[in-house]
Design a protein around this ligand. Structure first.
Ligand code: AMP
Ligand code: ZN
Length: 486
């Protein structure tokens, strides 16, 4: 039984999907004008782990996960104007980056990734419906949601309208009846993106897209809505107001989940504070995505956390140790205790503690299967298998093998099969096994200790295992072969 903390009820609840055949989750996605920072990656990794758990429990084809792209927003317009670029160019590029970076963190693509600009029609329809029902009004080319028309406004975040007016530095615009009323539609001028609507040429406000997309892709009631804690107010409060008024008989989201913030020296990592680094920056510095994922999951999602060099270093050591231990061993069954930990409001911290225990118990198949529930140990990271001290050996041996392979391929292309076979056989004797790809021999950096290479059933060794034993000897032999081929 999965238990999840529901922001709406402020309690941990048993999770009972509306339809076990189709468990439905919506997570607010990025506004696409810039690279995602590591804070932005936290909800992505957290809800990816929940997605994996739900797929494990209800079946891979019985979970629908929607995460939107906000591709109409004034920050995007500003960037386009600043750089003299096309908006679509910027949003397409940013989405490509987002996929690259989030893929590197081992996150699965959601079932649907709708772009706001593909949902203008449904948004306009929902806004018109809200105007018709008296929950929204038109004022100076804007359509505004009337927060006083929805009695439960503020229930999710536990705020009262009076306190909000006093507490928030809301923009006082004279076209608003109440300063807390929020924009559903606003007018666009010539160079701003816009669409025709019953209220003139304009564009949607931010909040309406999630209500419209969730309704279209997940229905009137669905199971889980997620996002960062900073979205609770106003974004999620506004989503609820819109959806509850547009579809009074629906429930919208049953469970609301919010991840706490990734911090830098006690402050939320954010673009506006400038205290951020991007996932891309870290990847470029050689920090593997799996390390970022491990660090993000080592703290429970409802606690604030810092990214530190120390955590990064420890994650690296652990992942390397596990990868080398489980090398070549396929996943068996995940450990019950890992499932139990994740089922307890996604306690990834506890789940990682269990992974350490499984490692100590020396069960590689169970370790891999359990880690994979957290999206770890899915791909074999060759870097993990080869500690830094072996990178130099590898570079040197690759540099020796490459020209020999080239001669082998040249001989083949000149139909000198006898020489080609001789070179290939000699390489094999040395434990270097090139494969034929597209009519050419390539080498996938798998070395075999020649003493074991004759045993066809022995597992391929990868680079490290063999290199420890044979690097010195191999170096000399390869040099000799190079000389002989001159
Ligand atoms: P944005 O593009 O700013 O709307 O953010 C996209 C997602 O990242 C939202 O779910 C935010 O709540 C989340 N987010 C932004 N900053 C942080 C942070 N420092 N830590 C955790 N989540 C964040
Ligand atoms: Zn949203």
């Amino acid at each position: 039984m999965i238990k999840l903390y529901n922001t709406k009820t402020r309690s941990k609840e048993d999770f009972a999907p509306i339809d076990e055949q189709n468990v439905r989750m919506y997570v607010c996605g990025p506004t696409v004008y810039d690279r995602a920072h590591l804070g932005n990656a936290r909800p992505v990794v957290v809800f990816d782990t929940l997605f994996r758990l739900l797929r494990h429990i209800y079946g891979e084809t019985h979970v629908t996960y929607v995460r939107n792209f906000t591709d109409v927003d004034d920050k995007i317009n500003a960037k386009a104007a600043e750089n003299g670029r096309d908006i679509r160019d910027i949003t397409d590029e940013t989405i490509r980056w987002y996929h690259e970076d989030m893929d590197a963190l081992g996150t699965l693509r959601p079932s649907h990734e709708p772009r706001a600009t593909e949902y203008i029609g449904p948004m306009v329809a929902m806004i018109a419906d809200l105007v018709g029902k008296g929950n929204a009004y038109v004022s100076e080319g804007h359509v505004l949601f009337d927060v006083n028309s929805y009695g439960a406004y503020g229930a999710l975040s536990g705020r009262k309208l009076e306190d909000m007016r006093a507490g928030e530095r809301v923009e006082i615009a004279d076209y608003k009846r109440d300063p807390m009323d929020f924009v559903l539609w606003k007018p666009s001028t010539g160079d701003q993106p816009g669409w025709e609507s019953p209220w003139g040429y304009g564009r949607p406000g931010w909040h309406i897209e999630c209500s419209a997309m969730a309704l279209d892709l997940l229905g009137e009631s669905f199971d889980i809505h997620g996002g960062g804690l900073d979205l609770t107010f106003p974004h999620h409060e506004n989503e609820i107001a819109q959806s509850a008024c547009a579809v009074p008989h629906g429930e919208f989201a049953k469970v609301w989940m919010h991840n706490e913030m990734l911090q830098v020296e006690g402050k939320k990592m954010s673009k506006s504070l400038g205290n951020f680094f991007t996932v891309h920056d870290l990847l470029n510095e050689g920090v593997p995505g799996e390390v970022m994922r491990f660090v993000l999951l080592s703290t429970h999602y409802r606690s604030p956390m810092d990214w530190t060099e120390k955590k990064k270093g420890e994650a690296e050591v652990t992942l390397r140790k596990w990868a080398r231990f489980a090398r070549g061993i396929p996943a068996s069954q995940p450990d019950d205790d890992v499932i139990t930990a994740l089922s307890n409001d996604l306690n990834t911290h506890e789940a990682i503690t269990v992974l350490h225990r499984i490692f100590a118990e020396k069960d590689a198949g169970r370790l891999r299967a359990s880690a994979q529930l957290l999206g770890l140990m899915v791909d074999v990271n060759e870097e993990w298998l080869e500690p830094p001290e072996f990178q130099d050996i590898k570079r040197e041996i690759v540099a020796l093998v490459d020209p020999i392979l080239e001669q082998l391929n040249t001989a083949r292309s000149m139909k000198d099969y006898m020489s080609a076979d001789q070179i290939r056989d000699r390489l094999r004797e040395l434990g270097v096994f090139p494969n034929m790809v597209d009519q050419k021999f390539v080498w996938h950096y798998t070395l075999q200790d020649p003493a074991r290479a004759r045993d066809k059933d022995a597992p391929k060794e990868g680079f490290l295992g063999a290199a420890v034993n044979i690097a010195g000897w191999l170096r000399e032999e390869l040099k000799e072969l190079q000389e002989a081929l001159k």
